[in-house]
Design a protein around this ligand. Structure first.
Ligand code: SAM
Length: 417
């Protein structure tokens, strides 16, 4: 089936060239078009004149399109991580920004969402994304024309946390220029999605003494959106109160059946004109244990060397003396949860070491790292262990995203009823 996709890529290259943003591969445009035709949503560049019929005619001439049903079946066949089939077609659309390896995408697809656009500029993550979702993401979001992005119900993005300048009025989007949040806010301004989901580290709450959070929320309030924190608290000058409220948006992976102590903020905002009563999901509180993510047979290469083990232990003593916490995190099968896996796990594995009775502790395998983020076992992992650890450390916990996405879907279905 991959051959058909290759032939389509060759056939559409010339047509797609005119719409290829700087910093994006031509494949990204073509894959978006293929998916838009197969799954019946808007095309990238439609506002600038891209025409579905023209693309279909071009494919028909090359014998690559017979009818919609067959085309959909062929495209679906070429997707490794298939979207769970839903009984009805009452889904919703979303865009996946700062997509990484698509942890957010999985949670939203599981809730019936249809991804209509994705962007991620790191090459290795792009490859992993393509392998799993059959779609090569667009690159640098700062280089993409906002009018080219297809309409969508939900904007999803785990954006890098950057400080805002303290000069200026901070009343609107223009005051956030020079940050990646500015690009998100610009898309929201033009596309007016029903909902916005911004995922970030818990540290966003204290970043720049709460100022970053306040600017993000104030900008979006001024764009006509509301979140769970009352506007007067966001617009007021009691930062501590704002931070206290923001903590209620923090979700813990270990409360959603995953044995990891990850805490991330999920800011969910809704367009003001919509009558919604969104609630954050209640924890499932399933019992967890590290054993649930461990593989049975693990190669010896994951066992850390005597030198590294000695280094971890020495650091622990020094840190304790300096009152700086404990350093490495050693867990057993029956430990309830691990520390948070971070993008730097590949360096020395210090935050999560698995106890072994008759050897030094070992690192997680990449598959275990995937499970620790709730990724399914059929997820195709990058062949480089370093890349794999970075990608999972940077990602999100899928069951947490799914719980948030399911509550969003419920609201959208009610709005559409
Ligand atoms: C914290 S990660 C998000 C990971 C994602 N939620 C997942 O499930 O894998 C942030 C991502 O934003 C990407 N990124 C940063 N700046 C970008 C830009 N200007 N355009 C596109 N992607 C960008 C990074 O490469 C990184 O993969």
């Amino acid at each position: 089936m991959q051959e058909i996709i290759k032939s389509i890529e060759e056939k559409l290259a010339e047509l797609a060239e005119a719409y290829q943003p700087e910093g994006s591969e031509i494949k990204a445009v073509i894959h978006q078009w293929i998916h838009a035709i197969a799954f019946n949503h808007n095309l990238f560049g439609e506002e600038r004149g891209v025409d579905k019929e023209k693309i279909i005619t071009c494919l028909k001439d090359a014998g690559l399109y017979k009818n919609q049903e067959l085309f959909k079946a062929q495209v679906t066949d070429a997707i490794h991580l298939k979207q769970p089939s839903s009984k009805d077609d009452k889904g919703f659309t979303f865009i996946d920004l700062f997509a990484g390896i698509g942890g957010m995408r999985q949670g939203f697809e599981k809730a019936g969402g249809k991804c209509v656009f994705s962007s991620e500029f790191e090459k290795n993550a792009q490859k992993t994304y393509e392998q799993n979702y059959g779609e090569y993401p667009f690159g640098d979001i700062t280089k993409i024309k906002v009018e080219d992005i297809p309409d969508h119900d939900v904007l999803v993005g785990g954006f890098p946390c950057q400080p805002f300048s303290h000069a200026g009025k901070k009343l609107g989007i223009e005051d956030t220029r020079g940050t990646l949040f500015h690009n998100i806010a610009t898309i929201i301004h033009h596309k007016r999605p029903k909902a916005v989901v911004l995922e970030n580290v818990k540290g966003l709450i204290s970043h720049d003494k709460g100022y970053t959070l306040q600017v993000v929320l104030t900008t979006l309030i001024n764009e006509g959106y509301t979140c769970a924190i009352p506007d007067e608290i966001i617009l007021g000058d009691n930062i501590l109160k704002l931070q206290k409220e923001a903590k209620k948006m923090v979700m813990k992976s270990r409360e959603f059946g995953v044995p990891q102590n990850r805490q991330r903020i999920y800011i969910v905002l809704w367009r003001n004109d919509l009558p919604v009563s969104f609630k954050y999901p209640e924890p499932t509180l399933f019992e967890t244990s590290v054993g649930q993510i461990l593989e049975a047979n693990v190669a010896e290469s994951f066992t850390i060397s005597d030198k590294l083990w000695a280094g971890h232990q020495n650091r622990k003593v020094k840190n304790k003396e300096a009152g700086k916490g404990f350093g490495f995190g050693l867990v057993k099968h029956d430990t309830v949860y691990t520390n948070t896996i971070s993008a730097r796990y590949y360096k020395d594995g210090g935050e999560i070491l698995i106890h072994q009775d008759d050897a030094n502790p070992r690192k997680l395998t990449p598959r275990e790292a995937a499970r620790l983020q709730g990724f399914p076992d059929n997820f195709l992992i990058n062949k480089s262990n370093t890349q794999a650890y970075k990608q999972f450390g940077n990602s999100v916990t899928v069951p947490v995203v799914h719980a948030v996405a399911a509550n969003i879907r419920e609201q959208i279905l009610e709005l559409n009823a």
